[in-house]
Write a protein that binds this ligand. Structure first.
Ligand code: HEC
Length: 216
């Protein structure tokens, strides 16, 4: 167990951790704060991505420069950096698996939370920051956590965190997103800045709200 203290917290909050069931009232309130609903609807209208499971369909790529990534020191934003910071574009990004060139944990493993199995992917900005043992990550740092069913192979959704400013500001400097479906983008658990459910737990350990250690 990598996070003994966290696992105690997790067991207390069994129903709310990433991937756990959530009250839809909370999710709606969280979604409101994100302001991402409109473009989410646009995606639905234009995409037709719900057919065929939506997983391997061609989704339109995020617009160039979207996500506000700065590339850390030196490199400009590129395919290994950019995570869209808005629900509609992020859903397209996730269902098209655009994070596949990120640095990944070697395999799916049981979560410290109550929701089965997970595998986390780090964008280049976050990976670079963790490699250098920075105590605070720069704007644009982010991670995508794949959520899997108990069989360890069926993808059931994603949890995402993306730093939108250099100051974490008690979690408000992070965009938090979680969806418990790969075909229905309305199954939101979180969509917004500083979502208390997420930031409250993530602020208790790890490095600047990031709990998963960088894989070798
Ligand atoms: C009760 C504690 C808890 C809550 C609440 C929680 N998480 Fe996590 N989260 C974890 C732990 C522990 C990990 C480390 C990997 C694992 O065990 O799943 C993690 C990992 C992650 C990761 C991978 C990057 C990292 O920081 O390790 C993302 C992304 C993530 N969570 C997003 C979210 C989002 C979005 C929410 C809110 C909907 C949320 N989490 C709520 C405990 C929590």
């Amino acid at each position: 167990m990598r996070y003994p203290a966290l696992s105690i917290i997790l067991s207390l909050l069994t129903l709310t951790a990433c991937g756990g069931s959530s009250s839809s009232g909370d999710a709606a309130a969280l979604a409101d704060s994100g302001g991402g609903k409109d473009s989410g609807d646009m995606m639905k209208d234009s995409g037709g991505m719900k057919d065929a499971g939506g997983m391997d369909k061609d989704a339109s790529p995020p617009p160039p420069g979207d996500g506000g990534a700065t590339g850390g020191d030196g490199g400009g934003p590129g395919p290994t950096d950019v995570i869209p910071g808005e629900a509609g574009a992020l859903w397209a990004f996730l269902t098209a698996k655009k994070y596949m060139n990120f640095k990944a944990e070697p395999e799916v493993h049981p979560s410290g939370g109550p929701h089965g199995k997970v595998r986390t992917w780090f964008n280049a900005i976050l990976a670079g920051s963790l490699e250098k043992n920075m105590s605070a990550h720069p704007r644009g740092a982010g991670a995508v956590k794949e959520l899997y069913a108990a069989d360890g192979t069926t993808l059931t959704g994603w949890a995402v965190e993306l730093k939108v400013q250099d100051d974490s500001a008690g979690g408000k400097g992070w965009y938090w997103y979680e969806v418990l479906s790969t075909t229905d983008d309305s199954k939101l658990v979180a969509d917004g800045l500083g979502v208390q459910l997420c930031a409250g737990c993530h602020g208790r350990g790890g490095v600047d709200y990031v709990l998963t250690p960088l894989p070798k």
